[in-house]
Structure formats: structure tokens, C-alpha cells
Write a protein that binds this ligand. Structure first.
Ligand code: ADP
Ligand code: X15
Length: 461
């Protein structure tokens, strides 16, 4: 049965409203309601299965280079191949619509040991119809065949939900319903999400499941949520760094679960915590350009409301016995270190005193019995892509190694922090490095993972 615009509206409103739609649900409640691959074991050979894949990868010259997300899909794709399904993978790559999945399709072919054709133009967006090229590719495929559709983000419909408010969903629902129904009719009504990192409100992840008869979470994604993510929920130490100030929401949610004993905050976002501590302890701190309203559009701007939020986090945290470790100096635009910022200074990295301070805080953390102790790290300590501002991040990864060697389970929450681990350390330095940044923060933090919410809604039927 095709999904009606009204049904699509209700479906997508739930996803867009996020936690507000179902405030009582935890990650594990979502996971409990999402069907797994085994539930599709009876899907017969020759069935066309739509797979939302983790295609945002940069495959290098040989297998193993830049293709970790593609390798993460192999078990699920083999599960389908063994059952003779024809799997049609669709997903995004980067944020530019013109980026191509040609290398991704080729690498998937190498990984699966078969030819994986790429369908370039698969949607006529003016009429919102799936093109004949897709039907032809499916007809040409044998049982076990795998097809890739070009970058979903070449079509505007993919990101139509990204910036909408719940009250605006109604206007988009007819288009989204047509899109999802076309895929259901011309491709298939069995849908698998094996895109662990695709945590945005892409239509392929959050609207298409509404038109599907059967849905399941892929094996890799399920394994990440059931395994390492469960361990992260037990973290005693959480390291939050980077530039995105909304990570304070996730810090708050993580603290509210009750396992956190220590917070390390670094990078640009730590300035909000530092300022908050200054206010609470009557020791004023200047954040320089980051608190100048003239910079309110900059990604590193710290709005007064975030400082207030940080104050509440620190005050509540201290009552619970949580300690907060923050930088005590900064590297500014000319590459020099400063203890205090002047109103015009911009912070780009933490300074040498902060590096030593974090080293000492790790030593202190390791003084306790480390058996069963879990640490979670997210983000980077400075603008590490520029060698002038990489010092803090570079010095931090050996600290993760030190913790792991002392018996702590150490998890890195993907994203830029994951890339920095590859640059300055080795995978073996930590217990697990997630292949996703945003998804991990949502799962551990303040908002449900959109695609899990969509799979849960779709599974309700
Ligand atoms: N002062 C800063 N501190 C931390 N990161 C910064 C800073 N200035 C710029 N950045 C950039 O922000 C990005 C990382 O921040 P963020 O987006 O929060 O991390 P993630 O992608 O892991 O969530 C990096 O590209 C980094 O270079
Ligand atoms: O790289 C990704 O996420 P991540 O940077 O959170 O790990 C995913 O492909 C999601 O990309 P998006 O943030 O453009 O939706």
C-alpha cells in the first residue's frame, strides 16, 4: 500500500521533532523496536532490496584505504547475496551534489568480488519519478546482484527535511510520499539501513522507510549499537572537544545518565565551560573574539545562552561530585600562547600549559582501579588541519594510549576526532574508533538517531 501524504507527514514529523516526540525513549528502547537482518531471512531469492548504504567514503588505491565504511557494509551485502536478493544501494557522498559514487561502486565490486554497476540518473525530480535506467539495471541483474544509485544528494529531495521545523513538514509531505512510493513501486518494498554514519535527516534514511513493507537495521550498524555503544553508555570520563557548541546538549545528556565522574572539555567549545567556571568561582575569564556579538555567525562564536547552559552543567555536575578539566591557555592567531585572551584574540588551539594540565588530569584519573573503567573521547583540541594549531590534538592521542595501556576501555567517537587518531596515533591505541561522529553523539547524547527513529516507526506498520 502506498504511503499517503498525511501518513508521510505524521511519520516525518515524529522524526523531525526528535526527542520531543518521544521523550521517554532511550537508545535501547529504539534498538529494541528496530528489526534486525535475521528478521528478513525468509525474503526469497530474486527480491529487490533497497539498501541505504554508508557510501560517504574516499576509497584509496587499494582495499583498506579510505573504505572503512564500505567494508562495514560487506557482511550485510553478503547476507543478501547468499539469499539471492538483488540489492540496490543508495546513499550520499560528502555534501556537494556533484560528487560521484563511481569509486565507491568500483570498490564495493572489489570487496564483493562482482561487478557493481552505477546508475547515474535515477530520479526525474521534476515529475518525481524513478527513471527507466533503474528498472533496466534491475532487469539485467541476476540473483545476488548489487547495483549502486548515484549520490542521493544530487537530488534536492534528499535534504528537503534538513532545515524544516515540524510545522513545515506538511508542505513537503506530498513530494516525500511520491518519492518513497516511486522507490517502493519501481525498486522494492524491503529496506535495509546499513549506513551507521548517515545520521542526518536525509530522505533516503528517514522518509523512504515510510513506504516500505519490511525494514531492518544492517548487521554492522546493529553490532555498533549493541556492542561498543553500550560500553560508552558506561563512561566514567567523557572528553568533549571541537567547535560545535551544541555538543553541550550531549554532554548534559551523558551526565544525566549518572555514570560520568569526570569531564574534560577542550577545543573551542571548552571556552563556554571555562567561562562558566570563572563565573561560578568569581574569577572572570575573557573569551576574546568568540564572545563578541559581531562574530555571532561564526562557527566558533559562544553565545551567552551557552555560557549559562555551561554554568548549569558545572554547578549540577559539581553537586554530583563530577570534576571538570578545561584548558588554561590558548594558541591565538599568530601562533603564540596566551594565558588570558584579549577581547580581539581568537583561540585556535590549546597551549602548552593546557597540554600539561590534561596530562596531569589523566594521571589522576588513572590513580583509581581501572578495571571496567570506560573513557569516551569526541572531537579535536584545535584547528588541527593547520600545523600551527595541531599541537593540542597531537599531544592528546598518546594520552588515550596511556589510558588504554593502564586498562581503561577507550572509545573515540568518530568524526574529526577519528580522523585525528588516524593522523597522530594508531587504531591500536584505543579500544574502538567509531566510523561515525554525529550518529555516536546522538546515540549517547540528547537526540535520537534519526534513522533508528524512522526504522522504529516503519516497523510499527
Ligand atoms: N578552536 C578550535 N578548536 C577545535 N576545533 C576547531 C577550532 N577551530 C576550528 N576547528 C575545527 O573544527 C573541526 C572539529 O570540530 P567538530 O566539528 O566539533 O568535531 P567533530 O566533527 O568531531 O564533531 C575541525 O575541522 C577543526 O579544525
Ligand atoms: O561523515 C558523516 O558523518 P560524521 O562527520 O558525523 O562522521 C556522514 O556521512 C554524515 O554526513 P552529513 O553530516 O553530511 O550528513
Amino acid at each position: 500500500m502506498p504511503v499517503t501524504p498525511e501518513q508521510m507527514q505524521a511519520f516525518c514529523e515524529t522524526i523531525v521533532r526528535g526527542r520531543e516526540a518521544n521523550p521517554e525513549l532511550s537508545l535501547n528502547d529504539y534498538l529494541a523496536d528496530v528489526p534486525r537482518m535475521e528478521s528478513l531471512s525468509d525474503v526469497p531469492s530474486g527480491t529487490v532490496v533497497l539498501v541505504r548504504g554508508d557510501t560517504d567514503a574516499k576509497p584509496g588505491k587499494s582495499v583498506g584505504e579510505g573504505d572503512i565504511r564500505l567494508r562495514s557494509m560487506v557482511e550485510t551485502l553478503k547476507f543478501g547475496q547468499e539469499r539471492g536478493w538483488i540489492q540496490v544501494i543508495f546513499g550520499h557522498i560528502g555534501r556537494e551534489p556533484e560528487k560521484s559514487l563511481d569509486k565507491v561502486a568500483a570498490r564495493l565490486g572489489e570487496l564483493l568480488g562482482c561487478d557493481v554497476p552505477l546508475v547515474e540518473d535515477w530520479l526525474d525530480e521534476s515529475s518525481m519519478t524513478v527513471t527507466a535506467a533503474v528498472t533496466e539495471a534491475i532487469h539485467a541483474a541476476k540473483p545476488g546482484g548489487v547495483i549502486v544509485l548515484q549520490n542521493t544528494r544530487k537530488y534536492d529531495i534528499e535534504r528537503a527535511l534538513w532545515k524544516v521545523k515540524p510545522e513545515d513538514v506538511a508542505g513537503l509531505a506530498p513530494k516525500l510520499a511520491k518519492f518513497a512510493n516511486e522507490l517502493a513501486e519501481k525498486v522494492g518494498t524491503v529496506y535495509v539501513n546499513e549506513a551507521f554514519s548517515a545520521g542526518s535527516l536525509d530522505a533516503s534514511s528517514v522518509a523512504v522507510p515510510a513506504a516500505m513493507e519490511r525494514v531492518a537495521l544492517g548487521k554492522y550498524a546493529a553490532g555498533e549499537f549493541d556492542g561498543p555503544m553500550q560500553q560508552c553508555l558506561k563512561s566514567a570520563l567523557a572528553v568533549f572537544s571541537g567547535i560545535k557548541i551544541d555538543k553541550l546538549d550531549d554532554m548534559e545528556a551523558m551526565i544525566s545518565r549518572g555514570t560520568i565522574k569526570q569531564i574534560f572539555a577542550s577545543g573551542s567549545l571548552a571556552m563556554a565551560i571555562r567561562k562558566a567556571i570563572g563565573k561560578l568561582d568569581d574569577d572572570p575569564v575573557c573569551l576574546g573574539a568568540a564572545e563578541d556579538p559581531a562574530n555571532s555567525k561564526a562557527p566558533w562564536y559562544i553565545p551567552p545562552a551557552r555560557v549559562e547552559q555551561a554554568k548549569a552543567i558545572v554547578a549540577d555536575g559539581r553537586e554530583k561530585g563530577i570534576t571538570f578539566t578545561v584548558p588554561c591557555d590558548s594558541i591565538v592567531e599568530d601562533g603564540t600562547a596566551k594565558d588570558e585572551l584579549s577581547p580581539s584574540d581568537q583561540q585556535f588551539d590549546i597551549g602548552p600549559k593546557s597540554i600539561a594540565h590534561f596530562h596531569d588530569a589523566v594521571s589522576e584519573f588513572l590513580e583509581q582501579d581501572t578495571k571496567g573503567l570506560v573513557a569516551f573521547h569526541n572531537g579535536v583540541f584545535g584547528m588541527f588541519e593547520d600545523p600551527r594549531f595541531e599541537g593540542g590534538t597531537k599531544a592528546w592521542y598518546p594520552e588515550l594510549k596511556r589510558m588504554k595501556e593502564a586498562g581503561v576501555e577507550v572509545y573515540v567517537g568518530g568524526g574529526e576526532g577519528g580522523k585525528a587518531l588516524e593522523k597522530y596515533g594508531e587504531e591500536s591505541w584505543v579500544t574502538h574508533n567509531f566510523t561515525a561522529g554525529g550518529t555516536v553523539l546522538n546515540a549517547l547524547g540528547s537526540e535520537p538517531v534519526p534513522y533508528l527513529a524512522a526504522l522504529r516507526e516503519a516497523a510499527k506498520g
